[in-house]
Ligand binder design. Structure first.
Ligand code: GLA
Length: 697
């Protein structure tokens, strides 16, 4: 094989949009998209009801014509379990395969023709009986369900035999058994009701020496061994959010081939060209490590929420805004009046230097938190988090209580209100939807992004002025005193004062900054280890306490004022901790110059020193971070990598040659997964502006 075959399916509406985009007639789209699979159907003119809103399929089930997907609207067996009363379709009817036969004989050499046996068994049963009804039947009267399934299977088998005789290249069955996180019903029930009948349907093709494709959405991990056992050749659609590709390929790569793979839930509707490209390459590498065994394509039919062209950011702002506005309407009714946003951050050099009043090189990243709000007449704040699907509310007149320890996400906005109120700033109530693309608890400052976005919203609604520096200080106070996390200024400063296009060399003593532009050809890449950060609060506080002890012993105000010669007079754990901070502080200045000059040797060396110190002296590296570091540095194109944030798991940061980010991400993921069983997330980030109100796109 000289290339990976591809296959893009689309809804009728999306087909029209794609045809328009490419400037070709809809019929030419499969060619234009370089599709390899051609599905042929039975010839059956689907009748519609009087007002044209319901279309009836060959079996008599009705589908709403007004929706883009499948919306079931009529079940002929809804009120009766008398199977003889149903007008069963006749699979032997003359003319049924006429169109299919014409297509089969006209197919090109590169085209693989399969009959469309979608909704083949379980889905057929519920489309005839109704979903809830059949689920109850499966428990209350499984024998009746078996009879229903037997009749369906008999028709499918008869049809399949005709398709095989007509010369198709393989079988294609569709039947969804999975939801996002589990099977729709138990594997035990599946084995009793579905497996033997599906096996008989597969056998028609397998006995003729033809392969079989099965499309089943959802998490069907539990029955994969059974599907292999009954002879499945190819699994579709392998949605990355439910079946991890690396795992699938490792466990089943030698037994199954795959079809699909690129997320239609996330990457395609929300990603820009770069994100989609990276995801596509990663998908191909992970599902077809040897270059074969994959028919690459979207993990479902593309719907019209996927833009034919892509924007310039990770999320197209207009689409994200649309989603958030829709949620606002759902949760609070009406529309938001104001939007604010605040970015996450990654430190490029300078771990734990901020509370030692030293330097840190920080990058405010293109992942951010949004608040869409509408003011209220009273002083109540009601919030809904789209990421957590959770509500919080508080009364601005009663937030004097402190020390809520961040146990609830609402403590962050509440803490901000508390810190602002303590300054006697007028605060107004509002309803707000929060949506974030900063991963939570992974070291990219999702909490600071939330605090700063909320603070900007209070400022706008209250109609008062305040500098970004002061706002950052107050957000830090909220986190220190209200939430109870004794962090430095790094996170809130980066979120409030970041600048698009450059990193900032921040002096944590006087909050002065110097912009640092990364030299041409070098990109900052986030490596999310996806290993949970635990015990951070306690360990963080302990590190901070040792530093303060060291400073006191040395008689300096902060470790920022200490030198290596000073540190040499200390001993034990305090010495180790202080040695790291003093060295790290020096590295920040050196790194700022190295990154600006594109001095790859120096970048690599400084990163390695920083990581070694974090591991041996400051002891904030988890086992997964050590593995990630190794995997990253083994990838050709990686210049350097190090810890980020507080450490203890979560995200790391790497510097990578611009053209190599896809390759580095793919190689690192594979290696890291092999060693840890975890699927990391590795992606480049841009520098973004700090917290502000934003226009409605
Ligand atoms: C956390 C804290 C920051 C900083 C970093 C470590 O992110 O919130 O203030 O101390 O750890 O550099």
């Amino acid at each position: 094989m000289d290339r990976l075959p591809v296959q893009t399916n689309y809804t009728a509406k999306m087909g029209r949009l794609l045809a328009e985009h490419f400037g070709v007639p809809v019929e030419e789209l499969p060619d234009r998209l370089d599709n390899h699979l051609l599905r042929v159907d039975i010839s059956y003119p689907r009748p519609v009801n009087e007002d044209g809103t319901i279309e009836f399929d060959w079996w008599g089930a009705g589908w709403d014509t007004r929706t883009e997907g499948y919306w079931h609207s009529f079940a002929p067996l809804k009120d009766s379990r008398d199977l003889d009363r149903l007008a069963w379709p006749n699979p032997e009817a003359a003319g049924l395969l006429d169109a299919a036969v014409r297509t089969i004989s006209a197919r090109g050499a590169d085209t693989f023709v399969v009959p469309n046996l979608g909704m083949c068994l379980f889905e057929r049963a519920w489309s005839l009986r109704g979903f809830e009804a059949v689920m109850m039947d499966m428990i209350e009267r499984p024998e009746w369900v078996e009879e229903l399934l037997d009749r369906i299977a008999a028709s499918q088998i008869a049809l399949s035999k005709r398709f095989v005789a007509a010369g198709v290249d393989g079988g294609y069955f569709g039947d969804d058994y999975g939801a996002q996180r589990s099977m729709l019903f138990s594997p035990r029930l599946w084995r009793r009701l579905i497996k033997p009948r599906l096996a008989a349907m597969f056998a028609v093709f397998l006995d003729a020496g033809l392969p079989v494709i099965l499309h089943s959405d959802g998490d069907i991990r539990a029955i994969l061994p059974d599907l292999v056992e009954i002879g499945l050749t190819t699994l579709n659609p392998v949605q990355p959010e439910v079946l991890e590709h690396i795992w699938l390929s490792r466990e089943y790569g030698s037994k199954l081939s795959f079809y699909g793979g690129i997320s239609t839930q996330d990457v395609l509707p929300t990603g820009n060209a770069e994100v989609i490209r990276a995801a596509t390459i990663a998908c191909a590498r992970q599902l077809a490590p040897g270059g074969t065994g994959l028919l690459l394509g979207p993990s479902h039919r593309m719907q019209s929420d996927i833009p034919p062209r892509s924007g310039t950011r990770c999320w197209r702002p207009s689409m994200r805004q649309e989603r958030v506005a829709r949620l606002f309407k759902e949760k609070f009714g009406g529309e938001p009046a104001l939007w604010s946003r605040a970015p996450g951050r990654v430190d490029l050099m300078g771990s734990h230097t901020d509370y030692n009043l030293g330097f840190v090189l920080t990058l405010s990243i293109s992942r951010d938190t949004w608040v869409a709000a509408r003011p209220r007449e009273d002083r109540i704040v009601r919030l809904y988090s789209a990421n957590l699907d959770s509500r919080e509310s508080f009364d601005l007149r009663a937030i004097a209580v402190r020390g809520n320890s961040g146990a609830r996400w609402g403590d962050y906005p509440r803490g901000v209100a508390w810190a602002l109120a303590a300054e006697r700033l007028p605060l107004g109530g509002f309803d707000g939807v929060i949506h974030s693309t900063v991963p939570i608890r992974s070291g990219l400052s999702s909490s600071a992004a939330l605090e700063c976005a909320v603070a900007v919203m209070f400022r706008a609604l209250g109609g008062w002025e305040m500098s970004g520096e002061r706002l950052a200080r107050l957000c830090q106070r909220a986190e220190n005193e209200y939430v109870g996390m004794n962090c430095g200024i790094l996170d809130q400063f980066s979120s409030c004062l970041g600048r698009a296009g450059c990193a900032l060399l921040l002096d944590c003593r006087d909050l002065s900054t110097r912009p640092v532009r990364l030299a041409e050809g070098i990109r900052a890449v986030i490596c999310d280890t996806k290993s949970p950060r635990e015990l951070v609060g306690g360990e963080y506080g302990a590190r901070r306490a040792r530093c303060e002890e060291g400073a006191a012993l040395l008689g300096v105000r902060a470790l920022r004022d200490a030198t290596m010669a000073h540190v040499a007079t200390l001993s034990g754990e305090v010495r180790k901790r202080c040695e790291f901070i003093v060295g790290e502080n020096e590295r920040v200045l050196a790194m700022s110059d190295a990154l600006a000059a594109g001095d790859r040797g120096a970048i690599g060396r400084l990163c390695a020193e920083s990581f070694a110190g974090a591991r041996d002296l400051y002891e904030i590296c988890s086992p997964s971070m050590l593995t990630m570091m190794e995997a990253m540095m083994a990838a050709p194109g990686a210049i350097g990598a190090r810890q980020a944030g507080a450490g203890f798991g979560g995200c790391m940061v790497a510097f990578v040659e611009t053209g190599k980010t896809d390759e580095v991400a793919a190689a690192t993921s594979e290696d890291y997964n092999k060693k840890t069983g975890l699927t990391p997330e590795i992606y480049p980030v841009e520098a973004a502006d700090g917290a502000a109100l934003m226009p409605v796109v």
